[in-house]
Design a protein around this ligand. Structure first.
Ligand code: PMP
Length: 359
């Protein structure tokens, strides 16, 4: 007998969640280069703060993350009224779409880009995702995106650096784009990988959102700060939007998460030293792969994009047999996280044995 059934659209979320490393569970790999995680253990001060918070787990956390928001506001030199924190940046992205888009409204994003935008827009919010293809070199096609804006467009996501292609939106190009977007459309800069950007001409959301009243920035503690397991992200948004986000997800960040994030901000210098190591490894891997003839673009994030097209699954299979988990986007490419040096060496040695011409 058929029981209560969730909405059928929700199937696409299950498909997204199952998408890591061609369905092989992470535990089966010795080298985890599939999820753009930070390869380093938590910093000692962060672990101490988390452990201390664990002693008070019988108490609710701060309902609206006031101390974390105060620390973020101080770090970013923006008023606390512009901040909201949530369960990972994906939780913040979900709240943003729910806050802005009613069923039938349009949510624009580039493609390929972070899969969560269309999935959340459609399956959770009943909104209409509008996917605008990237340029051939994996960049946002901002001209094409500006042309696709309609009266129903409520949100535009720009993922910079873009997952999976690693390209960042330029400062000047973004300024021109924003001048063409109507004021009532919220442009969300998803800067999950912002700390890894080395291109001096890349746009910086924290600067842009001071000058443009319709820009929001989403950032995370999952990547550079290495707290993916704790689920903490935040938005810097126009005040009315930030206030809506804060009321929509009360108690959205755990007690341990809030304390670990505050301790991480206090340790930003140490965090950035680790970021520098990852960026140096990124350059080393790019050079080595390019020398082997791989089609590898210069990345601004903590991952590399190999557009291997129809050979993507084959390459991911070779990596899997060598104990390396990578992210395969079938028919399109393979995304490889820049990990610790040992994992990167093993990946490069494995890639060096992959015949680029089909044998
Ligand atoms: N945005 C982008 C571009 C991402 O790649 C990811 C994670 N892969 C997220 C947001 C979500 O990260 P989290 O929820 O861990 O903050």
């Amino acid at each position: 007998m058929p029981g209560p059934r969730p909405r059928p659209e929700l199937h696409s979320i299950a498909a997204h969640a199952a998408g890591r490393s061609a369905g092989v569970p992470a535990e089966e790999f010795t080298h985890l280069l599939a999820a753009n995680e930070n390869p380093y253990d938590p910093l000692p001060g962060v672990l101490d703060a988390a452990t201390a918070a664990a002693r008070r787990l019988n108490r609710y956390p701060d309902i609206g993350c006031a101390r974390l928001i105060a620390a973020l506001a101080h770090t970013c030199d923006l008023p606390p009224t512009r901040f909201a924190a949530g369960a990972g940046s994906v939780g913040v992205i979900q709240s943003l779409i729910q806050a802005m888009a009613a069923p039938g409204d349009e949510v624009m994003h580039a493609w390929r880009s972070f899969e969560a935008y269309p999935v959340i827009a459609k399956a959770i919010c009943g909104a209409m995702p509008v996917a605008v293809p990237l340029t051939d070199d994996g960049c946002h096609d901002l001209d094409a995106m500006a042309e696709r804006v309609t009266a129903r467009t409520r949100l535009i996501f720009l993922c910079t650096p873009n997952n999976p292609t690693g390209t960042a939106v330029g400062r000047d190009a973004l300024a021109e784009f924003l001048a063409r977007v109507p004021e009532d459309v919220l442009v969300v800069l998803d800067e999950a990988y912002a700390e890894f950007v080395s291109d001096k001409d890349a746009a910086d959301g924290l600067t842009v959102c001071r000058e443009h009243p319709n820009v929001a920035v989403v950032r995370t503690f999952s990547k550079a700060f290495g707290l993916a397991g704790l689920r903490i992200g935040f938005a810097v948004a126009p005040e009315a939007v930030a206030a809506a986000l804060r009321t929509m997800a009360p108690y959205g960040v755990s007690r341990i998460g809030q304390e670990a994030a505050i301790a991480s901000l206090a340790a930003t210098d140490d965090v950035m030293k680790r970021v520098d190591l990852v960026v140096a490894e990124r350059h080393r891997m790019e050079d080595a792969l390019a020398a082997r003839g791989f089609p590898v673009a210069r990345s601004q994030a903590n991952f590399l994009w190999l557009p291997l097209r129809e050979r993507s699954a084959e390459f991911a299979g070779v990596c899997a047999r060598a104990g390396i988990g990578v992210r395969v986007l079938a028919g399109d490419g393979v995304r490889v996280t820049v990990g610790a040096r040992e994992s990167n060496d093993h990946f490069l040695a494995t890639a060096a044995n992959f015949p680029l011409e089909p044998g």
